[in-house]
Design a protein around this ligand. Structure first.
Ligand code: SF4
Length: 374
């Protein structure tokens, strides 16, 4: 059963490391955007009952409860098997949490990023470790105990000791799901452009290098495993049974429909993407999606689509700890890169399954790139 993704690219602040097309916009634009989003969802010709719903951003926890209720009422299939809302720490009130639970939202992804004050301040975040702990309590009181904590390895000012402090907080809170991202500083972020010009704002001169960031990531893998929170995807860790069903759809190439600015959709054969500009999106009631599938054009032959799918299956499927089971023709088609990466210790194979090794996870972009160009 497919999933539904709703994009809400509005935030209370622009984080210094963020390179998404999201941030702070005028209130009127936010209202027009919500109206356009709901109109797009209501105009959708549903041919299936959604199994999962994911409200991502941006900061969807900013949406007023009545507007959120109206938006969610446009999606068929409630109660969904999994419905997640991304939240910024400090934006959750008991009233909101109770409303979310009443609307069918039973999973919240908290953008904690760090539990260390210096790192949070340099990131442009206003919350503290205590804010996150209070939010977890507020959610639990409303009956939402399925939640994710996002963490970022490689934030400005991060040291081995401060990273351990964040992981200690995770151990204290005992979340069912954790995401750990290795920060790749992007020149389109405030931090990235400050680093490029050699400045010192946002702690630009004090950002861990790639090797240290990778070491922090490996430290997290080990600590989380000891807590019973195992890696099931490069950046995602869960207690058994708490893996994100919605996000698994992306990695298993299952269909999903995306709504909102820049949202992607995949119908099982073709990908499409909504216009990226928030202004444009809010300005028109219903947006035509743009076909987009690894360079595959509409009307491409079934063989060309199958080729693109094989590449994508390797590209996204190898992100999973479980790996993939290539078809006989895929073993043949990708024999060169598979052999090369097994010899280099980045891939391993057992019983017909192909997966990244621990070292391969750290160099995964290099591996994926090779399959896309094979
Ligand atoms: S990191 Fe998240 S909360 Fe911060 S500006 Fe980007 S989308 Fe918004």
């Amino acid at each position: 059963m497919p999933g539904v993704y709703l994009s809400y690219p509005f935030c209370a602040q622009k984080c210094t490391y963020c390179n998404f097309a999201s941030g702070v916009f005028p209130r009127q634009l936010e209202a027009r955007y919500l109206a356009a989003l709901e109109a797009e969802v209501r105009a959708h010709a549903w041919q299936w009952r959604p199994e999962t719903v994911y409200l991502g951003g941006g900061t969807p926890s900013q949406i007023a409860p009545d507007a959120l209720q109206s938006l969610l009422s446009a999606i068929p299939g409630e109660p969904w098997l999994e419905a997640t809302l991304e939240a910024a720490p400090g934006t959750i009130t008991p009233e909101k949490a109770r409303a979310w639970a009443a609307f069918g939202i039973h999973r919240v992804s908290l953008g904690a990023q760090s539990f260390v004050e210096l790192e949070l301040r340099r990131s442009g975040r206003k919350h503290t470790a205590q804010t996150i702990a209070n939010d977890v309590r507020t959610l639990a009181a409303a009956g939402i105990d399925n939640y994710n904590l996002d963490l970022i390895a490689g934030l400005s000012g991060q040291t081995e000791a401060s990273w351990r402090e964040s992981l200690d907080w995770v151990e204290r809170l005992q979340p069912p799901h954790v995401s750990v991202y290795m920060l790749e500083v992007d020149e389109n972020s405030h931090l990235g452009s400050e680093m490029l010009r050699g400045g010192s704002r946002y702690g630009a001169g004090d950002t861990p290098d790639d090797d240290l960031t990778a070491a922090f990531y490996e430290m997290a893998v080990e600590r989380l495993a000891a807590m019973g929170i195992a890696r099931y995807e490069i950046s995602n860790f869960a207690r058994p049974g708490f893996e994100s069903r919605h996000n698994l759809k992306y990695w298993k190439l299952e269909p999903y429909a995306g709504f909102g600015a820049d949202a992607h959709s995949f119908d099982g054969r073709m990908r499409s993407q909504n216009p990226t500009s928030i202004e444009d999106y809010a300005g028109r009631a219903i947006q035509p999606a743009i076909p987009l599938s690894s360079g595959i054009k509409p009307g491409a032959s079934p063989a060309a689509l199958d080729d693109a799918h094989a590449e994508e299956r390797f590209f996204v499927g190898l992100r999973l700890t479980a790996g993939i089971r290539p078809e006989p023709e895929e073993w043949q088609r990708f024999a060169g890169p598979i052999r090369h990466f097994i010899d280099a210790g980045l891939l391993e194979t057992t019983g017909g399954i192909l997966r990244l090794t621990n070292r391969g996870v750290l160099l995964s972009n290099e591996v994926f790139q090779e399959f896309l160009t094979a």
